[in-house]
Design a binder for this molecule. Structure first.
Ligand code: COA
Length: 243
């Protein structure tokens, strides 16, 4: 049977010093998860079935299959020859990486896959239409300075800044591989001022935080995405493809 990912759409691998982002739509009701799932190896099919909802099954299965197919295409192997190892907090890496690093984020309706060579990266995407107690969550996860920036804003400005700060922080938590073992309120985020520019981080709990930069990734309206990477790969704007 033919694969759900069209190999002709896979762009050439990122050049050295360049981050590549692949953006893909996910059917919000999860329809079609089975056709992605059945292309995965047995352990990943089992993991797909452990998710209760079809939407979550699709998020995992489609992204994992895309990842396998893209890397297989770049490394001239079959998708089932790709194997993963996992860091202490669950960050996946390629076993046969040939220097290739990646990170994935998925939310209802959209996923982003980031790739580059020789540097650990992190990416996050969130759907911004959902309602959250922005102020209540900000008190728990933002620094005092970030809260002071957020609180005086109008409701729509608050929503925008909340998701910008949140995705920036989560992209750092993912770039370092620490995930939520890093307290988000211990990281101060300096957002990029203009589209295409990079922002930065400081943290007393994470002395390496200032080695990372953050840049906004343009995605569809209703979504917010940020990429975090060390300065050497932020010199060039990330290349984005929607497939
Ligand atoms: C990584 C983490 C921040 C992702 O949060 P999320 O908003 O739910 O999910 P996203 O869609 O942005 O990212 C999920 C993807 O990140 C990747 N990922 C998993 N753990 C990761 C980590 N520690 N660092 C970076 N990336 C990670 C995976 O590829 C995962 O997708 P997959 O399982 O479908 O392959 C969160 O799950 C986490 O912190 N996990 C680690 C658990 C941990 O450390 N717990 C400590 C006790 S508090």
């Amino acid at each position: 049977m033919t694969s759900p990912i069209n190999a002709a759409q896979v762009p050439p691998p990122p050049a050295s010093g360049q981050v590549m982002i692949l953006i893909t739509e996910l059917n919000p009701d999860g329809e079609g998860w089975q056709e992605h799932c059945r292309e995965l190896p047995a352990n990943e099919q089992e993991r797909t079935y452990r998710f209760r909802y079809a939407a979550d099954r699709l998020r995992f299965a489609k992204c994992r299959l895309m990842l396998r197919e893209v890397v297989a295409c770049w490394q001239c192997v079959t998708k089932n020859e790709i194997t993963f190892r996992f860091g202490k907090n669950g960050k996946p890496f390629l076993v046969q990486d040939h220097g290739l690093q990646f990170n994935i984020s998925h939310t209802t309706g959209c996923a982003v896959l980031a790739f580059c060579h020789n540097h650990e990266i992190g990416i996050d995407i969130e759907m911004t239409r959902r309602n959250t107690d922005f102020e209540g969550v900000a008190r728990k996860v933002f620094t005092r300075r970030e809260q002071e920036m957020l609180m005086p804003l109008t409701k729509s400005e608050k929503r925008k800044l909340f998701f910008q700060l949140w995705t920036a922080k989560e992209s750092l938590m993912k770039a370092t591989g620490l995930g939520f073992s890093l307290n988000p309120s211990s990281v101060e985020t300096f957002l990029p001022k203009y589209s295409g520019e990079t922002g930065s981080f400081t943290s007393q709990n994470l002395p390496t935080a200032n080695a990372f930069q953050v840049v906004e990734i343009p995605v569809s309206p209703g979504y917010q995405s940020m990429l975090c990477a060390p300065a050497p790969v932020m010199g060039k704007s990330p290349l984005t493809f929607t497939i």
